[in-house]
Design a protein around this ligand. Structure first.
Ligand code: ATP
Ligand code: MG
Length: 419
């Protein structure tokens, strides 16, 4: 026996029923984000490795251990995109989008790749919807961006949504703070998990994410970044909160919130759903005022977020899969002439924009009528060698009609005009 091949670990097939639900996510994103003036962008599935090393940051988990990096035939190092923000900043700079009216508001729905431990809600190829607004540091951009993320989740009926917000301040303030935090961590090094201890130099902020009990104890006493913000950063954060309050958003300020990417400045936020288990984060994002410059563009402020499609679908519960509508099922009751006439009729019906399906399974007439019922066809044309009939599947009425008259007849009936 030949071994049966399987999709790689951590990947999945999007089967037709799943793809209907994903189409609903796409439609909701287009509606919510499009209405706010965001336009869709797609960047390549792989980029120069350098983009992520510089943009996402050498010290992050993503760059350290989660990237699919390979060398192509030309000896260049390429990486399957692990996230969407750095590529969009690259595209913004590459296409001179700073010359457009600012902010430039973009959204995407794409697949991303991270080498992670695969489990429910955590895959190696997964999809994200994201939105980015580049070119304005107005706190209203931050607040609007957060509201749009929540609006999308609401539109998809994602259950038990919790929003946490914080500010990381500017990169300079963060450097000072990092040193204070490192001092605190070193002073309590013997209580920390080995992993956190190993990252004191490289990425001390991630210690806030640890679920190791003694580490958590140490972190309760740790200095808080929110107390180290510059006056301007604190003012910016207060303005964002005032706008969120004005919009009546339910959220929580969480001073321990850190995000897994180095590029964030000022506002950061995360959205969780109580309907998810361990992988409770549905989406998150923040401001990244240095990133466009970091990838070689002009100094440009930016703000955005991404939400995981699979986790949104998990948290939205089982939606009803909607199969495509069928206006006309073309059944064959005869030999070669009937088959040809039926084929031509299905093609004609589709040219007239009807949803038409042709019998392709070699079924008996009885089997074909059963199949038409299964796909909920509205009408069935039964095409014979010498004549044909049209059956109304709602009423069960059947009439003889000329093949050449079927499409016009169905169109009239569907428009409620009768025969
Ligand atoms: P987590 O804490 O779960 O690892 P993250 O902070 O790495 O998430 P982000 O980089 O902020 O995630 O990505 C935004 C969203 O994308 C997440 O909230 C999640 O919904 C989704 N996501 C991230 N990684 C994966 C993955 N490996 N599989 C499925 N969805 C993912
Ligand atoms: Mg992660």
């Amino acid at each position: 026996m030949i071994e049966r091949l399987q999709a790689p670990r951590g990947t999945f097939d999007v089967l037709p029923d799943d793809s209907e639900r994903r189409a609903a996510v796409e439609a909701a994103a287009r509606q919510v984000l499009g209405a706010a003036g965001y336009r869709r962008i797609e960047t390549p599935a792989f980029e120069a490795t350098e983009l992520f090393a510089r943009g996402v940051g050498e010290s992050t988990d993503i760059v350290q251990k989660e990237m699919y990096t390979f060398e192509d035939g030309g000896g260049r190092s390429l990486t399957l995109r692990p996230e969407g923000t750095a590529p969009i900043c690259r595209a913004y700079a590459e296409h001179g989008m700073h010359k457009l009216a600012q902010p430039v508001k973009l959204w995407y729905l794409s697949s991303f790749f991270r080498f992670e431990r695969a489990q429910a809600g955590r895959y190696r190829q997964f999809w994200q919807v994201g939105a980015e607004a580049l070119g304005s540091d107005d706190p209203a951009v931050d607040a609007e961006s957060i509201l749009l993320a929540v609006a999308l989740l609401d539109e998809l009926e994602v259950q038990q949504v919790r929003v946490r917000v914080s500010s990381l301040g500017s990169l300079a303030a963060r450097r000072d703070y990092r040193e204070r935090l490192q001092e605190h961590l070193r002073a309590h090094a013997d209580q920390l998990s080995a992993e956190v201890r190993a990252r004191i130099d490289l990425n001390p902020l991630r210690a806030f994410d640890s679920d190791h009990p003694d580490t958590r104890e140490v972190m309760r006493e740790a200095p808080r970044l929110l107390d180290f913000l510059s006056a301007q950063d604190a003012e910016h954060f207060a303005a964002v909160r005032a706008l969120l309050d004005a919009a009546d958003l339910d959220y929580e300020v969480d001073p321990t919130l850190v995000r897994g990417l180095d590029y964030y400045t000022r506002t950061v936020f995360e959205i969780e759903s109580g309907a998810l288990g361990a992988q409770s984060a549905v989406g998150g994002g923040g401001r990244y005022d240095g990133l466009v410059e970091q990838v070689g563009g002009p100094p440009t402020p930016g703000m955005g977020w991404a939400a995981g499609v699979e986790r949104m679908l998990l948290a939205a519960g089982e939606g009803r899969a909607v199969a495509p509508e069928v206006d006309l099922y073309v059944a064959v009751d005869g030999g070669q002439p009937a088959r040809q006439a039926a084929f031509a009729l299905a093609a004609e019906a589709r040219r007239a924009r009807l949803h038409a399906q042709l019998e392709l399974g070699g079924r008996s007439l009885k089997g074909q009528l059963k199949q038409a019922g299964r796909v909920s066809a509205r009408y069935v044309a039964i095409v014979g060698d010498t004549g044909s009939a049209l059956r109304d599947m709602d009423s069960g009425d059947q009439e003889d009609v000329q093949v050449s008259g079927v499409v016009a007849r169905v169109l009239r009936e569907l428009r409620g005009l009768g025969a």
